[in-house]
Design a protein around this ligand. Structure first.
Ligand SMILES: *Cc1c(COP(=O)(O)O)cnc(C)c1O
Ligand SMILES: [Zn+2]
Length: 426
Protein backbone atom coordinates (compact mmCIF):
# COMPACT_ATOMS: atom_id res chain seq x y z
CA UNK A 1 0.00 0.00 0.00
CA UNK A 2 1.14 3.50 -0.75
CA UNK A 3 2.51 5.39 2.21
CA UNK A 4 3.89 8.89 2.77
CA UNK A 5 5.15 10.89 5.74
CA UNK A 6 2.73 13.59 6.80
CA UNK A 7 3.14 16.44 9.28
CA UNK A 8 0.66 16.12 12.16
CA UNK A 9 0.53 19.92 12.44
CA UNK A 10 0.33 21.41 8.90
CA UNK A 11 -0.40 18.16 6.94
CA UNK A 12 2.47 18.73 4.48
CA UNK A 13 3.52 15.44 2.87
CA UNK A 14 7.02 14.05 2.30
CA UNK A 15 8.56 10.92 0.81
CA UNK A 16 9.20 8.08 3.29
CA UNK A 17 12.97 8.46 2.89
CA UNK A 18 12.97 12.13 3.94
CA UNK A 19 16.06 13.13 5.95
CA UNK A 20 15.31 14.36 9.45
CA UNK A 21 12.33 13.58 11.62
CA UNK A 22 10.26 16.76 11.70
CA UNK A 23 8.43 18.98 9.22
CA UNK A 24 9.82 22.33 8.09
CA UNK A 25 7.13 23.88 10.32
CA UNK A 26 8.58 22.00 13.30
CA UNK A 27 5.69 19.52 13.59
CA UNK A 28 6.17 15.77 14.07
CA UNK A 29 5.79 13.45 11.09
CA UNK A 30 3.67 10.32 10.91
CA UNK A 31 3.25 7.60 8.31
CA UNK A 32 0.02 8.04 6.39
CA UNK A 33 -1.51 5.04 4.59
CA UNK A 34 -2.80 6.58 1.36
CA UNK A 35 -5.05 3.85 0.00
CA UNK A 36 -8.37 3.19 1.56
CA UNK A 37 -8.76 -0.51 0.99
CA UNK A 38 -11.21 -2.98 2.46
CA UNK A 39 -8.93 -4.85 4.78
CA UNK A 40 -11.44 -6.75 6.86
CA UNK A 41 -10.60 -10.11 5.25
CA UNK A 42 -7.17 -9.69 6.79
CA UNK A 43 -8.36 -10.98 10.14
CA UNK A 44 -8.31 -14.48 8.67
CA UNK A 45 -5.06 -13.96 6.76
CA UNK A 46 -3.37 -12.94 9.99
CA UNK A 47 -4.65 -16.04 11.77
CA UNK A 48 -3.53 -18.32 8.94
CA UNK A 49 0.00 -16.91 8.92
CA UNK A 50 0.46 -18.39 12.38
CA UNK A 51 0.56 -21.83 10.79
CA UNK A 52 3.54 -20.88 8.66
CA UNK A 53 7.15 -21.55 9.62
CA UNK A 54 8.52 -18.47 7.86
CA UNK A 55 10.18 -16.00 10.24
CA UNK A 56 8.15 -13.09 8.91
CA UNK A 57 4.89 -14.94 9.53
CA UNK A 58 6.05 -16.06 12.95
CA UNK A 59 6.85 -12.47 13.90
CA UNK A 60 4.02 -10.82 15.85
CA UNK A 61 4.97 -7.64 14.02
CA UNK A 62 5.33 -8.73 10.40
CA UNK A 63 2.31 -11.01 10.53
CA UNK A 64 0.40 -7.72 10.52
CA UNK A 65 2.56 -6.21 7.80
CA UNK A 66 -0.40 -4.62 5.98
CA UNK A 67 -0.54 -2.15 8.88
CA UNK A 68 3.26 -1.94 9.23
CA UNK A 69 5.19 -1.94 5.93
CA UNK A 70 5.05 -4.07 2.81
CA UNK A 71 8.71 -5.07 2.90
CA UNK A 72 10.04 -8.09 1.03
CA UNK A 73 11.04 -10.98 3.21
CA UNK A 74 14.76 -10.54 2.54
CA UNK A 75 14.64 -6.87 3.60
CA UNK A 76 13.38 -7.69 7.07
CA UNK A 77 15.62 -7.94 10.13
CA UNK A 78 13.70 -10.04 12.64
CA UNK A 79 14.36 -12.37 15.58
CA UNK A 80 11.27 -12.91 15.30
CA UNK A 81 9.67 -10.67 17.89
CA UNK A 82 6.26 -9.72 19.15
CA UNK A 83 4.53 -12.96 20.14
CA UNK A 84 3.65 -11.87 23.63
CA UNK A 85 1.10 -13.48 25.87
CA UNK A 86 -2.15 -11.99 27.03
CA UNK A 87 -2.71 -13.15 30.60
CA UNK A 88 -6.03 -13.16 32.34
CA UNK A 89 -5.47 -11.76 35.84
CA UNK A 90 -7.66 -12.19 38.93
CA UNK A 91 -10.45 -9.61 38.57
CA UNK A 92 -10.25 -8.78 42.27
CA UNK A 93 -6.88 -7.17 41.65
CA UNK A 94 -8.87 -4.25 40.27
CA UNK A 95 -12.54 -5.11 40.93
CA UNK A 96 -13.57 -5.10 37.26
CA UNK A 97 -15.41 -7.53 34.99
CA UNK A 98 -12.28 -8.76 33.24
CA UNK A 99 -8.62 -7.90 33.67
CA UNK A 100 -5.83 -8.82 31.28
CA UNK A 101 -2.12 -8.10 31.06
CA UNK A 102 -0.28 -8.11 27.74
CA UNK A 103 3.33 -8.86 28.55
CA UNK A 104 5.62 -7.01 26.20
CA UNK A 105 8.52 -8.02 28.42
CA UNK A 106 8.36 -11.35 26.59
CA UNK A 107 9.93 -9.84 23.47
CA UNK A 108 13.45 -11.04 22.46
CA UNK A 109 15.34 -8.29 24.31
CA UNK A 110 12.75 -7.98 27.08
CA UNK A 111 10.69 -4.93 26.12
CA UNK A 112 8.18 -3.69 23.52
CA UNK A 113 10.98 -1.66 21.90
CA UNK A 114 11.72 -4.73 19.72
CA UNK A 115 8.45 -4.23 17.86
CA UNK A 116 9.55 -0.82 16.67
CA UNK A 117 13.17 -1.78 16.24
CA UNK A 118 12.58 -4.58 13.73
CA UNK A 119 10.91 -2.00 11.49
CA UNK A 120 13.38 0.81 12.17
CA UNK A 121 16.47 -1.33 11.59
CA UNK A 122 15.00 -2.95 8.46
CA UNK A 123 14.29 0.51 7.08
CA UNK A 124 17.75 1.86 8.00
CA UNK A 125 19.30 -1.06 6.13
CA UNK A 126 17.06 -0.56 3.12
CA UNK A 127 18.05 3.12 2.96
CA UNK A 128 21.72 2.16 3.04
CA UNK A 129 22.67 3.52 6.46
CA UNK A 130 25.74 1.97 8.08
CA UNK A 131 25.27 3.40 11.59
CA UNK A 132 22.25 3.78 13.87
CA UNK A 133 21.90 5.85 17.03
CA UNK A 134 19.57 6.47 19.96
CA UNK A 135 19.33 8.11 23.34
CA UNK A 136 17.93 5.70 25.87
CA UNK A 137 17.06 4.99 29.48
CA UNK A 138 18.13 1.44 28.58
CA UNK A 139 15.49 -0.54 26.73
CA UNK A 140 15.71 1.23 23.38
CA UNK A 141 19.48 0.83 23.50
CA UNK A 142 19.26 -2.89 24.37
CA UNK A 143 16.89 -3.46 21.50
CA UNK A 144 18.76 -1.31 18.99
CA UNK A 145 22.08 -2.93 19.87
CA UNK A 146 20.67 -6.42 19.30
CA UNK A 147 18.94 -5.65 15.99
CA UNK A 148 21.93 -3.66 14.71
CA UNK A 149 24.20 -6.62 15.42
CA UNK A 150 21.84 -8.94 13.58
CA UNK A 151 21.77 -6.56 10.63
CA UNK A 152 25.53 -5.91 10.63
CA UNK A 153 25.16 -2.21 11.41
CA UNK A 154 27.21 -0.11 13.82
CA UNK A 155 25.24 1.24 16.78
CA UNK A 156 25.91 4.24 19.02
CA UNK A 157 23.98 4.86 22.21
CA UNK A 158 23.66 7.91 24.47
CA UNK A 159 22.62 7.08 28.01
CA UNK A 160 22.14 9.34 31.04
CA UNK A 161 24.72 9.28 33.80
CA UNK A 162 23.69 6.76 36.48
CA UNK A 163 20.05 5.66 36.92
CA UNK A 164 20.25 3.04 34.20
CA UNK A 165 19.09 -0.40 35.29
CA UNK A 166 21.83 -3.01 35.12
CA UNK A 167 19.90 -5.53 33.04
CA UNK A 168 19.60 -2.90 30.31
CA UNK A 169 23.16 -1.60 30.48
CA UNK A 170 24.57 -5.11 30.38
CA UNK A 171 22.55 -6.00 27.29
CA UNK A 172 23.55 -2.79 25.52
CA UNK A 173 27.25 -3.42 26.13
CA UNK A 174 27.07 -7.13 25.42
CA UNK A 175 25.27 -6.75 22.09
CA UNK A 176 28.05 -4.41 21.05
CA UNK A 177 26.71 -0.86 21.00
CA UNK A 178 29.27 1.92 21.41
CA UNK A 179 27.95 3.51 24.57
CA UNK A 180 28.40 7.16 25.51
CA UNK A 181 27.32 8.29 28.96
CA UNK A 182 26.26 11.93 29.05
CA UNK A 183 26.63 13.95 32.21
CA UNK A 184 22.95 14.75 32.53
CA UNK A 185 19.55 13.08 32.37
CA UNK A 186 17.67 11.35 29.55
CA UNK A 187 16.39 14.63 28.14
CA UNK A 188 19.97 15.90 27.79
CA UNK A 189 21.00 12.64 26.10
CA UNK A 190 18.04 12.91 23.71
CA UNK A 191 19.05 16.42 22.68
CA UNK A 192 22.64 15.34 22.06
CA UNK A 193 21.56 12.39 19.92
CA UNK A 194 19.22 14.51 17.79
CA UNK A 195 21.96 17.05 17.09
CA UNK A 196 24.57 14.46 16.20
CA UNK A 197 22.32 12.32 14.00
CA UNK A 198 21.45 15.39 11.96
CA UNK A 199 25.08 16.35 11.29
CA UNK A 200 26.39 12.88 10.39
CA UNK A 201 24.79 10.28 8.16
CA UNK A 202 23.42 8.33 11.11
CA UNK A 203 19.90 6.92 11.42
CA UNK A 204 18.16 7.95 14.64
CA UNK A 205 16.00 5.25 16.21
CA UNK A 206 14.25 7.03 19.04
CA UNK A 207 10.46 7.11 18.99
CA UNK A 208 10.57 10.50 17.25
CA UNK A 209 11.24 8.25 14.26
CA UNK A 210 7.77 7.67 12.73
CA UNK A 211 8.85 4.43 11.02
CA UNK A 212 9.61 2.81 14.37
CA UNK A 213 6.17 3.65 15.71
CA UNK A 214 4.53 1.69 12.88
CA UNK A 215 5.92 -1.47 14.47
CA UNK A 216 4.65 -0.57 17.92
CA UNK A 217 1.10 -0.41 16.55
CA UNK A 218 1.13 -4.22 16.45
CA UNK A 219 0.82 -4.36 20.26
CA UNK A 220 -2.77 -3.22 19.79
CA UNK A 221 -3.37 -5.28 16.63
CA UNK A 222 -2.23 -8.47 18.32
CA UNK A 223 -4.07 -7.66 21.51
CA UNK A 224 -7.36 -7.30 19.62
CA UNK A 225 -6.58 -10.44 17.63
CA UNK A 226 -6.06 -12.31 20.92
CA UNK A 227 -9.40 -10.97 22.20
CA UNK A 228 -11.13 -12.18 18.99
CA UNK A 229 -11.69 -8.51 18.09
CA UNK A 230 -13.86 -7.89 21.11
CA UNK A 231 -12.76 -4.38 21.98
CA UNK A 232 -11.93 -3.83 25.68
CA UNK A 233 -13.11 -0.69 27.48
CA UNK A 234 -9.63 0.37 28.54
CA UNK A 235 -6.01 -0.06 27.53
CA UNK A 236 -3.74 1.15 30.33
CA UNK A 237 -0.06 1.88 29.66
CA UNK A 238 2.86 3.76 31.18
CA UNK A 239 3.93 6.98 29.45
CA UNK A 240 7.48 8.27 29.13
CA UNK A 241 8.53 9.62 25.74
CA UNK A 242 4.93 8.84 24.69
CA UNK A 243 5.83 6.79 21.62
CA UNK A 244 3.49 3.95 22.53
CA UNK A 245 0.70 6.36 23.38
CA UNK A 246 1.10 7.88 19.92
CA UNK A 247 1.28 4.52 18.13
CA UNK A 248 -1.76 3.14 19.99
CA UNK A 249 -3.92 6.15 19.13
CA UNK A 250 -2.78 6.03 15.52
CA UNK A 251 -3.61 2.37 14.97
CA UNK A 252 -6.97 2.65 16.73
CA UNK A 253 -7.86 5.48 14.39
CA UNK A 254 -6.77 3.45 11.37
CA UNK A 255 -8.71 0.38 12.57
CA UNK A 256 -11.82 2.48 12.89
CA UNK A 257 -11.34 4.11 9.48
CA UNK A 258 -10.78 0.73 7.82
CA UNK A 259 -13.85 -0.77 9.48
CA UNK A 260 -12.14 -3.27 11.81
CA UNK A 261 -13.70 -1.86 14.96
CA UNK A 262 -16.69 0.35 15.64
CA UNK A 263 -15.46 1.98 18.79
CA UNK A 264 -11.94 2.50 20.08
CA UNK A 265 -11.07 1.54 23.66
CA UNK A 266 -10.16 4.45 25.95
CA UNK A 267 -6.44 4.86 26.52
CA UNK A 268 -5.27 5.54 30.07
CA UNK A 269 -1.68 6.77 30.19
CA UNK A 270 0.08 6.58 33.55
CA UNK A 271 3.05 8.70 34.54
CA UNK A 272 5.20 8.80 37.66
CA UNK A 273 4.34 11.67 39.99
CA UNK A 274 7.74 13.33 39.57
CA UNK A 275 7.99 12.71 35.84
CA UNK A 276 4.54 13.90 34.88
CA UNK A 277 4.56 16.59 32.14
CA UNK A 278 1.83 14.79 30.17
CA UNK A 279 -0.38 14.50 33.25
CA UNK A 280 0.06 18.21 33.97
CA UNK A 281 -0.84 19.12 30.40
CA UNK A 282 -3.91 16.84 30.57
CA UNK A 283 -5.00 18.75 33.68
CA UNK A 284 -5.05 21.96 31.60
CA UNK A 285 -7.05 20.19 28.86
CA UNK A 286 -3.80 20.29 26.83
CA UNK A 287 -3.81 24.09 26.72
CA UNK A 288 -0.40 24.25 28.38
CA UNK A 289 2.64 22.03 28.21
CA UNK A 290 5.86 22.49 30.17
CA UNK A 291 8.80 20.07 30.54
CA UNK A 292 9.71 19.00 34.08
CA UNK A 293 12.88 17.75 35.77
CA UNK A 294 12.10 14.04 35.99
CA UNK A 295 12.78 11.72 38.93
CA UNK A 296 11.36 8.25 39.62
CA UNK A 297 12.35 4.70 40.53
CA UNK A 298 10.73 3.66 37.22
CA UNK A 299 13.74 4.62 35.10
CA UNK A 300 12.08 3.72 31.77
CA UNK A 301 9.64 6.61 32.27
CA UNK A 302 12.09 9.02 33.91
CA UNK A 303 11.53 11.53 31.11
CA UNK A 304 10.66 15.20 31.59
CA UNK A 305 10.32 16.41 28.00
CA UNK A 306 8.52 13.75 25.91
CA UNK A 307 9.27 14.17 22.20
CA UNK A 308 5.92 12.73 21.08
CA UNK A 309 3.73 15.08 23.10
CA UNK A 310 1.99 16.51 20.05
CA UNK A 311 0.95 13.06 18.77
CA UNK A 312 0.13 11.64 22.18
CA UNK A 313 -2.41 14.30 23.04
CA UNK A 314 -4.29 13.42 19.83
CA UNK A 315 -4.40 9.80 21.02
CA UNK A 316 -6.01 10.84 24.29
CA UNK A 317 -8.49 13.08 22.50
CA UNK A 318 -9.41 10.52 19.84
CA UNK A 319 -10.00 7.71 22.34
CA UNK A 320 -11.60 9.92 25.01
CA UNK A 321 -8.77 8.75 27.21
CA UNK A 322 -7.26 10.00 30.44
CA UNK A 323 -3.84 10.61 31.97
CA UNK A 324 -3.12 9.72 35.60
CA UNK A 325 -0.11 9.98 37.89
CA UNK A 326 1.13 7.58 40.58
CA UNK A 327 3.79 7.70 43.28
CA UNK A 328 6.91 5.51 43.30
CA UNK A 329 5.46 3.71 46.31
CA UNK A 330 2.27 2.88 44.41
CA UNK A 331 4.37 1.67 41.46
CA UNK A 332 6.44 -0.65 43.67
CA UNK A 333 3.41 -2.06 45.50
CA UNK A 334 1.70 -2.82 42.18
CA UNK A 335 4.91 -4.37 40.87
CA UNK A 336 4.98 -6.62 43.93
CA UNK A 337 1.42 -7.77 43.13
CA UNK A 338 2.23 -8.52 39.48
CA UNK A 339 5.49 -10.24 40.47
CA UNK A 340 3.77 -12.40 43.06
CA UNK A 341 1.43 -13.79 40.37
CA UNK A 342 4.53 -15.32 38.81
CA UNK A 343 4.31 -12.89 35.90
CA UNK A 344 6.60 -10.08 36.97
CA UNK A 345 7.63 -6.85 35.28
CA UNK A 346 10.02 -3.94 35.60
CA UNK A 347 8.96 -0.91 37.67
CA UNK A 348 7.72 1.31 34.79
CA UNK A 349 5.36 -1.45 33.63
CA UNK A 350 3.72 -1.67 37.03
CA UNK A 351 2.65 1.97 36.71
CA UNK A 352 -0.18 0.60 34.56
CA UNK A 353 -1.70 -1.42 37.41
CA UNK A 354 -1.05 1.38 39.93
CA UNK A 355 -2.76 3.89 37.65
CA UNK A 356 -5.66 1.56 36.87
CA UNK A 357 -6.27 1.14 40.61
CA UNK A 358 -6.39 4.89 41.05
CA UNK A 359 -8.77 5.33 38.12
CA UNK A 360 -10.95 2.52 39.50
CA UNK A 361 -11.07 4.21 42.92
CA UNK A 362 -12.13 7.45 41.27
CA UNK A 363 -14.89 5.58 39.38
CA UNK A 364 -13.40 6.49 36.00
CA UNK A 365 -12.77 2.82 35.31
CA UNK A 366 -16.04 1.10 36.17
CA UNK A 367 -16.85 -2.25 37.71
CA UNK A 368 -18.41 -3.58 34.51
CA UNK A 369 -15.34 -2.68 32.41
CA UNK A 370 -12.83 -4.91 30.65
CA UNK A 371 -9.31 -3.62 31.20
CA UNK A 372 -6.02 -4.52 29.51
CA UNK A 373 -2.77 -3.53 31.19
CA UNK A 374 0.34 -3.23 29.04
CA UNK A 375 3.38 -4.62 30.84
CA UNK A 376 6.15 -2.93 28.90
CA UNK A 377 9.30 -4.60 30.25
CA UNK A 378 10.67 -7.81 31.76
CA UNK A 379 11.25 -8.27 35.51
CA UNK A 380 14.94 -9.08 34.92
CA UNK A 381 15.65 -5.63 33.46
CA UNK A 382 15.96 -4.09 36.92
CA UNK A 383 16.90 -6.72 39.52
CA UNK A 384 18.29 -4.11 41.92
CA UNK A 385 14.91 -2.53 42.53
CA UNK A 386 13.25 -5.90 43.16
CA UNK A 387 15.96 -6.97 45.58
CA UNK A 388 16.00 -3.66 47.43
CA UNK A 389 12.25 -3.95 47.83
CA UNK A 390 12.39 -7.42 49.37
CA UNK A 391 15.42 -6.67 51.54
CA UNK A 392 13.45 -3.82 53.09
CA UNK A 393 15.74 -1.11 51.72
CA UNK A 394 12.87 1.00 50.43
CA UNK A 395 11.09 3.28 52.85
CA UNK A 396 7.37 3.05 53.47
CA UNK A 397 6.87 -0.57 52.43
CA UNK A 398 5.18 -2.70 55.14
CA UNK A 399 7.41 -5.52 56.41
CA UNK A 400 4.62 -8.05 55.83
CA UNK A 401 5.06 -7.63 52.05
CA UNK A 402 8.78 -8.37 52.00
CA UNK A 403 10.21 -11.73 50.99
CA UNK A 404 13.79 -11.59 52.19
CA UNK A 405 15.94 -14.73 52.36
CA UNK A 406 16.58 -16.08 55.86
CA UNK A 407 20.13 -16.86 56.89
CA UNK A 408 20.51 -19.83 59.22
CA UNK A 409 23.33 -22.06 60.43
CA UNK A 410 23.93 -25.21 58.41
CA UNK A 411 22.62 -27.49 61.20
CA UNK A 412 19.87 -30.11 60.86
CA UNK A 413 17.99 -28.73 63.87
CA UNK A 414 18.02 -25.17 62.63
CA UNK A 415 17.06 -26.15 59.10
CA UNK A 416 14.16 -28.31 60.32
CA UNK A 417 12.94 -25.56 62.61
CA UNK A 418 12.93 -23.11 59.70
CA UNK A 419 11.12 -25.56 57.38
CA UNK A 420 8.48 -26.17 60.04
CA UNK A 421 8.01 -22.43 60.48
CA UNK A 422 7.47 -22.06 56.70
CA UNK A 423 5.00 -24.98 56.56
CA UNK A 424 2.94 -23.45 59.36
CA UNK A 425 2.77 -20.03 57.71
CA UNK A 426 -0.65 -19.13 56.35
C1 LIG B 1 10.25 2.79 26.68
C2 LIG B 1 9.53 2.26 27.84
C3 LIG B 1 8.41 2.91 28.40
C4 LIG B 1 7.95 4.24 27.91
O1 LIG B 1 7.34 4.18 26.67
P1 LIG B 1 7.12 5.48 25.79
O2 LIG B 1 6.67 4.97 24.49
O3 LIG B 1 8.44 6.19 25.71
O4 LIG B 1 6.11 6.33 26.50
C5 LIG B 1 7.75 2.31 29.45
N1 LIG B 1 8.16 1.14 29.97
C6 LIG B 1 9.23 0.49 29.47
C7 LIG B 1 9.65 -0.79 30.10
C8 LIG B 1 9.94 1.02 28.41
O5 LIG B 1 11.00 0.37 27.94
ZN1 LIG C 1 4.34 20.89 9.17
Amino acid sequence: MKRVLRCVRCKKEYQLNKQGYTCECGGLLEVKIKERADLTHLKNTWRNRRLSNKAIDQSGVWRYKEFVFDFNEEEIVTFPEGNTNLYELPENLLDVRKLFAKHEGENPTGSFKDRGMTVGISFAKKLGYKTVMCASTGNTSSSMAAYASRAGLKSIVFIPEGKIAYGKLSQTLAYGAKTIQIKGDFDDAMKAARNIAQDYKIYLLNSINPIRLEGQKTIVLQLLDQLNWEVPDWIVLPGGNLGNTSAFGKVLKELKEFGFIEKAPCLAVIQAENANPFYRAFKTSFKEFAPVKAETVATAIRIGNPVNYEKALKSIQFTHGVVEEVSDREILLSKMEIDSLGIGCEPASAASLAGAKKLREKGIIKQEDTVVLILTGNILKDPDTTINFHLGNIQGIPESLLNAPTLIKNRQDDIRKEIERILEEV
